[in-house]
Design a protein around this ligand. Structure first.
Ligand code: AGP
Length: 586
């Protein structure tokens, strides 16, 4: 999704903007641009990658943007920044302006000339329209006319300041010494400062080199504490790995430890839970679906799991329930919309997110953090396993407080949960054998991932990882469902990845494997039981854990499998085509 950056200080703004924009590349984009003031406004914007920008502007104040097209095709004209008619005001925008058609009509009538098909351009003209007011007031007046979601930054010739506004799109401010930054995400400016101010929806900020002033929606000055971020630049960089995704896969043992440590260092709210709804998108949805099995097993309460984009508009959702919203970024538009709806329906809401101060934290009653550190690869990996860690921890602790588990059983489960980093290390040790397997299946056109019960969501997640980074068609199915239709597609050599944990459904899984080997599928089994080798074409051995915990090891093995298939095919692993890390539009 679009990324915005801004800089005011003593450094060369072009250098800072290009570096900070580069750090937002992972969000996905199709064009990029910057605007810098050095006496006059200098703008460079182009379709394509940041490296295509040729900038040698002087100037120490500027804004930049990476665009992911929504209104208007990717093109030089539709790239940000946008400039007003006089060429004095430049803006960058992330989000969607829902009333841009009516604004554009009004602005066209007053003589403004538009050069793009975007909704964002109207913001520059609207600020110009309020030109009789000082820049800050004009900016605020213009922003108050906007409907939709936005993070906006604006600069104006003759004004040594950056004005910003935020509503439902991410925006953070970095506080330096005699310099200040803005960005869609903290890692963008982490090289320069780890002191951060998080803007809330409806707020404005005015950045000068020695001050940052925050205003509420009415323009009243407000105080906001500065947060110190303890990630290092290194945490947000590749650290010797070829791809962020691989680095993040290998960070999982530490990410799990940090997450569990942080959970144990806080007092967990206790809730009387009668029913649970879980709402999320993509990989976070798969974590939620796994959470359903765990919560139902330990709490004996019904759990429904919804895609956030569906939940938002369902005619009726079940009775008020504890509603858990899962989003690693904390900025996914659909999940935020679902959080608002859940509140309107009278639910108690809990958000699970990886990003401190992200938007979701403003819309839920309680927040549980995954402490995975920044995740840059578009494919979610360590945020998935840490989401599982949070859900397992929450389920065990809630079951204990609701007396559904004895202290002894809860302690036994917690100690197994604490052993997961060790088991994940064991899976990572198998990278070479998983890579060999990946190379055997990399030429397939299509794959199935099958499992039963608790591992069915892991099969869905394995298929999602495979398709998003390798571009091979992959589907996850409950193994028992294959013969109701999907088996029709099995033919000679089609890979079927079968998850075969040593649990109550072990034998049923073996029967399902027989059904597909009988139709000449090439079956790759994932199991801790070496006997499975007799039933499959190839076996990836994973460490033995208690059945309830098998999703952790299976998920990591499938991440490595997808990674090595994509690598064999030479794909752009960290930034797959058509995908964005943070989906801030519906
Ligand atoms: C997974 O690899 C994808 N990046 C995607 O499915 C992602 O999980 C989804 O967009 C939800 O993101 P969120 O967790 O930030 O809300």
């Amino acid at each position: 999704m679009c990324g915005i950056v801004g800089y005011i200080g003593f450094r060369n703004a072009s250098d800072v903007l290009l570096k900070t924009l580069k750090r937002l590349e992972y969000r996905g984009y199709d064009s990029a641009g910057v605007a810098i003031i050095n006496g006059s406004l200098q703008v460079e914007k182009k379709k394509g990658y940041i490296d295509a920008l040729s900038i040698d502007f002087e100037g120490t104040i500027g804004i930049g943007h990476t665009r992911w097209a929504t209104h208007g095709a990717p093109s030089n004209e539709n790239a940000h920044p946008f400039v007003d008619c006089k060429g004095e005001i430049a803006i960058v925008h992330n989000g969607i302006i829902e009333n841009f058609m009516e604004l554009k009509e009004e602005l066209l009538k007053s003589g403004h000339i538009f050069k793009s098909d975007t909704d964002s351009e109207s913001i520059a003209h609207l600020i110009e329209e309020y030109g009789e007011y000082p820049f800050r007031a004009a900016f605020m007046k213009a922003v108050r006319r906007l409907r939709g979601s936005f993070a906006i930054a604006a600069i104006k010739v003759g004004e040594r300041k950056i004005m910003v506004a935020k509503k439902e799109s991410p925006l953070v401010i970095g506080i330096g010494d005699h310099e200040n930054f803005i960005a869609s995400d903290i890692p963008a400016f982490l090289e320069y400062t780890n002191r951060v101010v998080v803007l809330k929806d409806g707020e404005f900020a005015e950045l000068e080199e020695d001050s940052v002033t925050i205003y509420d929606n009415n323009g009243k000055e407000i105080h906001r504490d500065v947060t110190r971020i303890d990630w290092s630049v290194e945490d947000a960089e590749k650290g010797g790995y070829e791809h962020f995704m691989l680095k993040e896969i290998f960070e999982q043992p530490r990410a799990m430890e940090d997450t569990l440590y942080a959970l144990e260092s806080r007092e967990l709210f206790s809730l009387d839970i009668e029913r649970v709804n879980i709402v999320a998108c993509g990989t976070s949805y798969h974590a939620g679906l796994t959470g359903k099995y765990v919560l139902e097993e330990l709490l004996h309460v019904p759990v429904s799991v919804y895609y956030a984009s569906e939940y938002r508009y369902m005619a009726a959702v079940e009775d008020p329930a504890l509603t858990i919203l899962i989003t690693q970024s904390g900025e996914t538009a659909d999940t935020i919309g679902a959080a608002k709806r859940a509140k309107e329906l009278g639910n108690i809401t809990v958000g699970i997110t990886n990003v401190v101060g992200s938007s979701i934290t403003n819309y839920v009653d309680y927040v549980l953090y995954t402490n995975a550190g920044p995740e840059i690869g578009v494919a979610a990996t360590k945020t998935f396993t840490t989401q599982l860690a949070v859900l397992y921890y929450f389920a065990i602790r809630s079951a204990l407080s609701m007396r559904k588990l004895t202290r002894k059983s809860a302690e036994r489960l917690l100690s197994e949960l604490h052993r997961m980093p060790y088991y994940i290390e064991k899976v990572l040790d198998e990278e070479e054998s998983i890579k060999a397997e990946a190379q055997k299946i990399a030429n397939a056109n299509s794959m199935y991932f099958i499992a039963r019960g608790l591992n069915y969501p892991v099969a869905l997640e394995g298929a999602l990882k495979m398709k998003e980074i390798s571009y091979i068609h992959a589907e996850g199915y409950p193994a028992g469902e294959l013969k109701h239709g999907p088996i029709a597609l099995i033919d000679n050599g089609m890979p079927v990845i079968a998850l075969v944990p040593e649990d109550a459904l072990y034998e049923k899984m073996l029967s399902n494997i027989k059904e597909v080997t009988a139709r000449d599928a090439y079956v790759v089994g994932l199991s801790s039981n070496g006997d499975v080798e007799k039933w499959v074409n190839s076996l990836i051995l994973v460490p033995h854990t208690q059945p309830l915990f098998t999703p952790f090891v299976n998920a990591v093995a499938l991440q490595l499998l997808a990674y090595h298939v994509a690598k064999t095919l030479g794909r752009k692993i960290d930034k797959p085509k058509n995908l964005a890390k943070t989906v801030t539009v519906e």
